[in-house]
Design a protein around this ligand. Structure first.
Ligand code: SF4
Length: 238
């Protein structure tokens, strides 16, 4: 099964996901998000806060930042670390995440704000983001794709789990190898990469669970190497 066919099957089964949510709103099928710099800043803050935690915990942290008027990069740069840490506590590793938010806010300021930064080509933005302490490939690519609206495929643990089970790459393959698999086989389109990542997250939550995948109801079951291995040998397709 090719990445293109996986995408078609998931989109048919689940429909558009409306990722990345802004102010708690999922704008399904609308690829115009972010609509302004404030929304781009919120997405970048969310990309940092979502490291090693579930999105629900990030929502709580973002709501607190919003309520205390600390959600803009200017406000983050000027805030007392203690106040930021209180708000982002729910997202875990809150002291580290406070430092990362502040480092990112300072970096954005030095680069003339997100508007100037995001006008650069995707690879240039990515390279600059990776120079910021606490921003790795997944966070940088999430910002390039969802905040800058430029085509960069985001690879996460869900992507690795699903595509290794499908039999397309080994789970231990590197971030770059997984990214190349998608970027070489798909049209270089922002909206496609945007929707694809969100659909993989949905599949991982609904069906492709870590411990006990629900293969029976999975839209990819007929083409999945892992599911094929679960079937009695007499019923396998030869
Ligand atoms: S068939 Fe099972 S293992 Fe394969 S992608 Fe679906 S849920 Fe995951």
């Amino acid at each position: 099964m090719t990445p293109e066919k996986v995408y078609a099957a998931l989109l048919k089964a689940f429909g558009p996901q409306g990722w990345w949510p802004v102010a708690g709103e999922y704008r399904k099928g609308d690829y115009g998000t972010p609509r302004n710099e404030a929304e781009a800043e919120e997405i970048c803050a969310g990309a940092i806060l979502t490291q090693n935690t579930a999105w629900k915990n990030v929502e709580n942290a973002l709501e607190c930042l919003r309520a205390k008027k600390l959600l803009s990069l200017d406000a983050i740069a000027g805030a007392e670390p203690r106040k930021l840490a209180e708000c982002v506590r729910s997202s875990g590793y809150y002291n580290q995440k406070t430092k990362k938010l502040k480092a990112f806010a300072e970096f954005a300021e030095q680069n003339g704000g997100l508007g100037g930064l995001f006008a650069l080509p995707a690879e240039e933005i990515r390279g600059r983001l990776l120079s910021v302490k606490g921003i790795g490939p997944e966070t940088a690519d999430s910002m390039v794709l969802y905040a800058a609206k430029k085509p960069k495929f985001v690879v996460d643990a869900y992507t690795k789990r699903i595509f290794s089970r499908l039999g397309l790459l080994e789970e231990k393959a590197s971030y770059d190898e997984f990214q190349r698999l998608f970027e070489r086989s798909l049209p270089n389109e922002f909206a496609l990469f945007n929707e694809y990542h969100a659909l993989l997250v949905e599949l991982a939550k609904r069906n492709c669970l870590n411990k006990e995948p629900r293969c029976g109801e999975c839209p990819l079951v007929k083409q999945c190497a892992y599911a094929e291995g679960l079937r009695p040998s007499s019923s396998r397709i030869l």
